[in-house]
Every structure is written in structure tokens, then in C-alpha cells.
Design a protein around this ligand. Structure first.
Ligand SMILES: [Zn+2]
Length: 310
């Protein structure tokens, strides 16, 4: 408190100094009173005023310097803080970026892993399908071979017939999934194996039959002239109808399909190799059916089927 007072006193003292100080100096008392009222002390003006003036200006300058220094320091501090804050922001931003990058990498890695897993599953699935298809194919080949070599299997059309391998041929109504056994109009049709027969009307082929063997083998015949006597159980060789040109047929023939068991219907297999072996009363496809002369038959060649099973 006393220090502040002292500074103030000196300041006011300086302010009281008249502008024409040096010229008026002689009229002033030689001694001046300074300090607080209860403890005043006298100083010789001549010696003290310049001293105090210089001291006071020094003090002011120190204070000013202090203020400036403090302001600078505060500004510096603020700048430092700002810099720290911005640096922290940068760090935070980069950390954020790193985190985002890491997350992206993790997501990518997960995607790759999932993709790989899916791929593996797909491969497994594709392999499974292929193996199942192969298995079915070999089973079907085995079935065809067995039937082609079985003396119990009866050619479904009586009398002279002709046919060729027309499996998968492009026809107006789609891919051909059977064999066409061309024979005499009204020729007896035989049950090729024991089984359960059903006669029905087919919108495409007209009068038709389906015969299901005990092992699930499925036979389908269409374009019939007449149905057999009754549906139900039949034995191999039983008459199951007569050959005709019903439905969309262009001439008398039996459209004959074989679907291998145990799957049966839907598991279509080319029946050419069976009829090729079991239908022995056969003439070449180009030869007219009523041609019987041995020398005439020699003019024609049999065309044999391709080994296509599926
Ligand atoms: Zn056909």
C-alpha cells in the first residue's frame, strides 16, 4: 500500500511540475516534503527532484515493460495453447484417419474372408452338384447297359421297325428327349418290363401310356392309335395298345421315353442304346417298312447312335 502511495505521490509530484521548470526553479523552496502525512520527511529539492524523476520514469518503464512482458507472455501462452490445441486437433484428426483406415482395412479383410468363405462354399456346392451329376450319369449308364443286355427287356413295338438316334434333336416343339420307333400303323405295342401302367390323354402326343417298373424306371409312350385293355399291373411282353400317329405325329410311330429309376420321371436318359440292342427286327431308317428283299436291304446302312447319356 505504502509502495503504491509512494509511486502515486511521485507521479502526482511530477504532474505538478510547471512547464517552465528550470526558469521557475529559483522561486521554489529548497526543501520539499514527501512521504505520508504522519511521517513526513524533507528532501533538498535541488538534489532529489531529478533523482525521483529518473526513478519514477524507471519504475513506470519497468511496470510498462512488465505489462508488455506479461502481455507478450500471455499472448505467447495463448499462441502456445492454440498451437497445442491445433496440434492436438491434427493428431486427433490423424488418429481419426488412422482409425478410419484401420476400420476400412478390417472391413476389407472381413470382406475378403467372407468372399473366400463364400467361394469355398460355392466350390464345395459346385463340386457337390458335379459329383451328384456324375454319380447320376454313371448310374444311368449302368442302368442302360443292364437293360440293353437284359433278355427280359421286350422291344415295345411289334413287327418291323426303324429308328435312329434323335436324342437332343431340335424339334419344332423343343429338344427331343426320346426315340421315335417308326412301325406299321396298328402294330401291337408291348410292355417292355413288368410294372404299373396308366393310360392317359396327352395334349401334345394324344393317346399315351406311362409304365413304372418296381425299381422306379419310368417309361412314356405316345401317339397311340389305341390304348391297351386296362390300366394296372402288366408283365413284360403284354400288349399295351396299338401304334398310331396321334397328336402332333407326322406319321405312325411310337415316341418312346425312358427316365431311369429310382428317381424315375424327370431323370430322362437316351433310350437309343436299349432299343438298338433289344429291337432286332429293325431296318435302316431310309428304307421303306414293307421292303423285305434281302438284296434291297443291302442298299441301306444302319446309322448308329451317339453315346450321349444326359
Ligand atoms: Zn419323338
Amino acid at each position: 500500500m505504502s509502495r503504491i502511495f509512494c509511486v502515486l505521490s511521485i507521479t502526482s509530484l511530477l504532474a505538478l511540475l510547471p512547464s517552465g521548470y528550470s526558469s521557475a526553479q529559483e522561486n521554489q523552496p529548497a526543501l520539499i516534503e514527501v512521504g505520508e502525512n504522519d511521517s513526513p520527511f524533507l528532501l533538498e529539492r535541488k538534489l532529489t527532484l531529478p533523482f525521483f524523476t529518473s526513478k519514477a520514469s524507471k519504475v513506470i518503464s519497468i511496470i510498462e515493460n512488465r505489462i508488455e512482458a506479461t502481455t507478450t507472455a500471455l499472448t505467447d501462452l495463448a499462441t502456445t495453447f492454440e498451437s497445442i490445441r491445433s496440434r492436438q486437433e491434427i493428431i486427433e484428426k490423424s488418429l481419426e484417419n488412422v482409425a478410419v483406415l484401420l476400420l476400412e482395412r478390417i472391413e476389407e479383410a472381413e470382406k475378403i474372408m467372407v468372399g473366400r468363405a463364400e467361394k469355398l462354399e460355392n466350390i464345395e456346392e459346385a463340386d457337390k452338384v458335379r459329383l451328384q451329376k456324375d454319380k447320376k450319369k454313371y448310374e444311368n449308364i449302368e442302368t442302360i447297359m443292364k437293360l440293353a443286355n437284359s433278355n427280359d427287356w421286350v422291344c415295345p413295338v411289334s413287327n418291323t421297325i426303324k429308328f435312329y438316334d434323335s436324342w437332343n434333336e431340335n424339334r419344332p416343339r423343343g429338344i427331343h428327349r426320346g426315340v421315335d420307333l417308326v412301325g406299321f400303323y396298328g402294330a401291337d405295342l408291348y410292355a417292355p418290363v413288368d410294372g404299373e401302367i396308366t393310360f392317359f390323354w396327352d395334349s401334345v402326343g394324344g393317346k399315351s401310356f406311362r409304365l413304372i417298373a418296381e425299381n422306379g424306371d419310368y417309361y412314356f409312350g405316345t401317339h397311340l392309335y389305341r390304348y391297351g385293355k386296362k390300366s394296372g399291373k402288366v408283365l413284360a411282353g403284354d400288349v399295351i395298345g396299338q401304334l398310331g400317329a396321334g397328336g402332333n405325329a407326322t406319321g405312325p410311330h411310337l415316341h418312346f421315353e425312358f427316365h431311369a429309376g429310382p428317381i424315375g420321371r424327370g431323370n430322362e436318359v437316351n433310350p437309343y442304346q436299349i432299343v438298338n440292342r433289344r429291337c432286332t427286327n429293325r431296318i435302316p431308317i431310309e428304307m421303306p417298312l414293307n421292303h423285305t428283299e434281302e438284296e434291297e436291304r443291302g442298299k441301306y446302312m444302319f446309322s448308329y447312335g451317339n453315346f450321349e447319356w444326359d
